[in-house]
Design a protein around this ligand. Structure first.
Ligand SMILES: *Cc1c(COP(=O)(O)O)cnc(C)c1O
Length: 234
């Protein structure tokens, strides 16, 4: 086994263990492999090891990889845009990605909906919630979720699938769990109102267990699969 196949197996094991600990079916939890800054060869290793869903943060880099693998891989891959999205880049996301996790205003949602090609299924979207990181400007406060969800759900080019959050880094499990539970409450409220809502994107390498215990359905893992990122080559 190469490193990436080995790392993936370990992460899948951790997901299964965390799910078992709280009595959840591990199948309910999707592993999103965050491949930002990583070369196509690393993604190819992950695909060979059975991984199909990938997360990218930078629009052009993601589009290049999507184009490459639509030729190079016989497998149907799922591409998730998980970075902050500027209006001038929305068209590329609408035309190439399957999901966008970072909807935080109506303007960007409307653009994505208008720009989504009619030949493709609606773009799956998550509303990003700023649950604990007051320093960060990304995401809306939980009180604003209902109003934005109603507007997003009405857009024909989008399919509202749920919520996403990047909590402020915390080392204590109990603190991680308390924050994750606030997200789970907001998610349950949304799910009760929209039949299309089934996804809570929450949990990274350091808080995956707490996120799963609280009810996350999608964990986003980069470093634990692909190793540390080198930004000096960018
Ligand atoms: C980079 C990134 C991740 C993965 O982080 P790691 O620490 O490498 O596991 C997950 N979610 C988002 C939104 C990211 O930008």
């Amino acid at each position: 086994m190469n490193d990436i196949a080995h790392n993936l197996a370990q992460v899948r094991d951790k997901i299964s263990t965390a799910a078992a600990l709280c009595g959840r079916d591990p199948q309910e939890i999707t592993l999103l492999a965050v491949s930002k800054t990583k070369p196509a060869s690393a993604i190819a290793d992950a695909i060979a090891a059975g991984q199909r869903a990938f997360g990218e943060n930078y629009v052009q880099e993601g589009v290049d990889k999507i184009r490459y693998f639509s030729e190079a891989s016989p497998h149907a891959l799922q591409w998730h845009f998980i970075g902050p999205l500027q209006s001038n880049k929305s068209r590329l996301v609408a035309e190439h990605f399957d999901w966008c996790h970072t909807i935080d205003r109506l303007r960007i949602a409307s653009r994505l909906s208008e720009q989504r090609p009619a030949s493709l299924p609606p773009l799956n979207v998550l509303i990003q919630v700023n649950i604990s990181d007051e320093e960060s400007k990304s995401g809306i406060v939980p009180e604003e979720v209902d109003a934005l969800a109603e507007q997003v759900a009405a857009l024909p080019g989008l399919c509202l699938r749920g919520l996403m959050a990047i909590p402020a880094p915390e080392h204590e499990y109990q603190t991680q769990f308390a924050v994750a539970q606030q997200m789970a409450v907001a998610f349950a409220r949304l799910k009760a109102r929209y039949a299309s809502v089934d996804t809570l994107s929450l949990g990274m390498s350091d808080d995956m267990e707490a996120a799963i215990a609280a009810g996350s359905t999608m964990v986003r893992i980069g470093t634990a699969i692909f190793g540390a990122r080198d930004y000096t080559k960018q």
